[in-house]
Write a protein that binds this ligand. Structure first.
Ligand code: GTR
Length: 330
């Protein structure tokens, strides 16, 4: 009798609130995952993760969905990694740059001039070495499960004065991502590496705290850094750093094996989708940067390659076998 009365009461409440609002679509509670990225809406990585979320939502009948927090609203990459580790962020797309401070082996991918070109990088990421690296991150103490890679082209220098040789970098303060490897890289290339979060670079360029930075075309364009007077974009292509989509291990451990498999499957699809979006985005932002007066300077990269040999020797010392396998990848 009591149950029946409760049932009727709930029925009346449902009717007064509108039917769909209170009727669960499945037997399980809904899980809304916070997904985060430093890049703005529309950026290839943001779109790829959003689409991954839509596929997962469809495959689970709305039981699991993503809520995207783009544009670094949840913090810089270092802070977002920390939040992911404790489970405050569930899905994160981050460069491997700052991950190298947490999982040292990742620094092999972060070394200057490690990959011959983008085709070489893609072959490494899509093959067994890429999978091993994802597993390495997942099995490390980093408390994140690495689901897939995204790509970010190559990073070149942008400065207020033209740079053509390592000598031209002398005395210039260049912002690098937070990882000692990158400071060593810039110092070896001839400049002064300054570690700073992505979100602070615009003001630092504007106020002259730094003289330049380095990044790929879509980042240079969408961050508006080029509007601060850094109109020389020197094609050093010194870093080709992969990125990853990770899930907090706290969240991962709450999922059924079936749901975990869905994340791996749609993560891989996001990897492939982002790559297409990426190529279009590079073409589009290159054209827009040039139209805005940014000068792309072609340089001989050999002096920069030679200058950074000690960095590869230092960070690669413990991983000679892995480096040999990467170099042998066609
Ligand atoms: C971008 C990358 C971001 C972030 C940024 C930076 O190319 O996609 O994840 O690492 O560079 O320089 O901080």
């Amino acid at each position: 009798m009591k149950t029946r009365r409760t049932f009727l009461a709930i029925g009346a409440l449902v009717a007064s609130l509108g039917f769909s609002a209170l009727i669960p679509t499945t037997a399980h509670a809904e899980m809304v995952m916070k997904a985060a990225d430093v890049h703005p809406p529309g950026y290839p990585t943001v779109v790829a993760v959003e689409n991954m979320g839509k596929k997962i939502e469809a495959a689970t009948n709305g039981r699991i969905k993503f809520q995207m927090f783009p544009g670094g609203v949840l913090g810089g990459e270092k802070e977002m990694i920390e939040q992911t580790q404790v489970g405050a962020i569930q899905i994160l797309r981050t460069s491997l740059g700052p991950v190298g401070t947490v999982v040292p082996e990742v620094n092999v991918f972060n070394m200057p001039f490690m990959f011959r070109n983008e085709a070489h990088l893609n072959a490494v990421l899509d093959g067994p070495i890429g999978q091993e690296m994802l597993d390495k991150i997942s099995n490390s103490s980093a408390r994140m499960v690495a689901l897939a890679f995204t790509v970010a082209g190559s990073r070149s220098l942008y400065t207020k004065k033209p740079v053509r040789t390592p000598e031209d970098l002398k005395g210039l303060k260049i912002r690098m991502m937070g990882n000692p490897l990158f400071i060593d890289t810039m110092n070896a290339m001839g400049g002064n590496g300054i570690s700073m979060g992505y979100g602070e670079v615009f003001t630092a360029l504007q106020t002259g705290v730094i003289d330049g930075a380095e990044n790929n075309e879509p980042s240079l364009f969408t961050s508006n850094h080029y509007t601060t007077g850094t109109k020389y974009y020197t094609q050093t292509k010194h870093l080709m750093i992969p990125e990853i989509i990770v899930m907090s291990k706290v969240t991962w451990n709450k999922l059924s094996p079936e749901d975990q498999a869905l994340f791996k499957k749609y993560g891989r699809e996001a990897q492939m989708e982002e790559r297409k979006l990426w190529n279009d985005s590079v073409a589009d932002s290159t054209q827009k940067l040039k139209a805005a007066g940014v000068e792309f300077i072609d340089v001989d990269t050999k002096p920069f390659y030679d200058a950074t040999a000690p960095v590869r020797a230092k960070y690669g010392a413990d991983y000679a076998d892995l480096i040999r396998r990467i170099e042998a990848t066609k």
